[in-house]
Each structure stands twice: as structure tokens, then as C-alpha cells.
Design a protein around this ligand. Sequence first.
Ligand code: CAA
Length: 282
Amino acid sequence: MKNISVIGSGTMGNGIAHVFAQYGYEVSLIDISAHALEKAIATITKNMDRQVSKGILVETEKSDALNRIQSFTSMEEGVKNADLVVEAATENLSIKLDLFKKLDELTPESCILASNTSSISITKIGAVTKRPEKVIGMHFMNPVPVMKLVEVIRGYATSDEVTDSIMELSKGLEKVPVEVNDYPGFVANRILMPMINEAIYTLYEGVAGIEEIDTVMKLGMAHPMGPLQLADFIGLDVCLSILRVLHDGFGNPKYAPCPLLVNMVEAGFKGAKTGEGFYKYT
Ligand code: CAA
């Protein structure tokens, strides 16, 4: 694989484009907004500067990597030579199904179609294409250049061959891929989101305050961030939508989102990206 197309230039998309370019791939970064693409390139440049200052990259490696990234507002242009597409668009089922139908028409027949979805069914996405055996989940973690995990999700029809090639590709990015099957929340969010939800319930029931809850988990369990701060960074709307996928998918009340989380999202307090969630961001 040589040509990688990344759909969506938000936090995850720019991180994914960054890593592929850093490891020598030709990257087409695609977004409907030219402004978002400019912002993404600026973010990648800033994060590569950070890697230069840490000695992970030298200046020439940084400029070579940046030169390997091309931006496109036309999906047709951006995916026509792709060996692999990694979709990192909005976490919305109908948007993703529409996108994959289009990708199935626009990409070469041999192209693997991956989604960075954190909870939408890969089986469902694969089923709208004529190549479900080539549809797979490639779930990177934020911040992508730093976090080692790639959760590789096999849909019901994903082939062994495609799974093996995505596992190998991930290792080539110096990531640690973990193969999992396609059930609600996969592994990462099936475990993470109930913990975050329980932290919100702990706050809602007045057991302890925001900082106290986060301090317990940071210092007591050696988590780099407390669950409420992490929820703010993931986005409270994203946490809510993943909990709903778990709740609907398993039909088990243990996944019911805390009413405080629902209220905060409805009020527009969605975490760091909106300036306020459990904490304030300036
Ligand atoms: N690009 C490149 N390098 C970056 C970076 C980026 N975007 N962000 C941070 N770094 C580097 C820094 O340069 C620094 O490098 P050194 O260790 O060499 O000094 C290192 O990462 C640590 O950064 P900082 O010192 O600024 O900050 P920190 O020590 O607080 O670490 C963190 C930051 C790595 C993000 C840490 O707070 C952490 O691990 N947080 C939890 C992250 C997490 O849980 N992510 C998963 C979220 S869930 C998800 O993504 C998926 C989902 O489906 C919901």
C-alpha cells in the first residue's frame, strides 16, 4: 500500500494523516471545507514541530512528511488512486453509510475501506458496499501521533486477508494493533464509556466533586487523565452517542447514560471543543 486517503480533517483525521505521512505514505486528506483543511495542515505542522523539538523527527523528515500530504475538497479526486481509505468523518450513521456507498463507487476495486468509527457497526457499514470483505475498522486513539493502540475491528464479512494486511500496516506505523470483533462499542469504548458514565453518576449523586473524582482516578489508578477531564476531551456529545449505541445494542440498563450527561449535551456544554464541559477551557 502506498496511497492513503483520509476522509475528514478534524482531530482524528489530521492525526491519522500525520502518522501515515510520517511513515512515508502518500496521503490525500479530504474534507468538504477548505478552511478545515488549512487548519488541519497547520495542526499537523505544529505537532510535527513538537516531534522535532523532542528529537522524534529531524527538520528534513518533517518537511518531507508535510510534502507527502495533499489536500482535496473533492472526494472523487482525493480517492481515485487510493489503496486504502481511512474514514474519520462525523460520527453519524447515515453520513457514514452515504460516504461508504460513494467510496465503493469512486475507489479502485482493490481498495480497502476502513472506518475510524468509535462505535458504529462495521458490519452495517460493509453491508452498504459491494465489497464487505474489504471493509474494516481502524480505530485510532487521540492524540493519534502519541497513542500506540489501533483497535482493528472485523465486521461479520471482513476477510482474513484484509484483516492481516491492516494488522501489518498498523505495525509499520509503530502502533500496536489489537484485533477485535464487531459488537457494540468494540472493546475500547465498551470498557471506557461505562467508567466515564459511572464517574458522571458519582458526581450527579453528590458522592464527590469534579476534581476529587478525577484525582482519585489519576493518582489512585495511574490514569493520565481523570474520567471527567477525558470525557471533556473526547466530547460529551460523543460520549453520549457511544453510550446510546451500547444501551441500544445490548438492551441492558447498565449502559443508560447518566441524566446529567444528557442535560449537559442538550445545554451545549460538550467539553473542551465548546469551551466548557466539566471544566472550563479558554
Ligand atoms: N502530536 C504529537 N505529539 C504530541 C501530541 C500530538 N498531538 N500531543 C502530545 N504529544 C506529545 C508531547 O510532545 C509529549 O512528548 P514527550 O513525552 O516526548 O515529552 C507527550 O506527547 C506528552 O504530552 P504532554 O507532555 O503535552 O502532556 P501529557 O503528559 O499530559 O500527555 C496525553 C498528554 C498523552 C494526551 C495524556 O494526557 C494522555 O495519555 N491522556 C489520555 C489519552 C486517552 O485516553 N486517549 C484515548 C481517548 S479515547 C479515544 O481516542 C477514542 C474513542 O473512541 C473515544
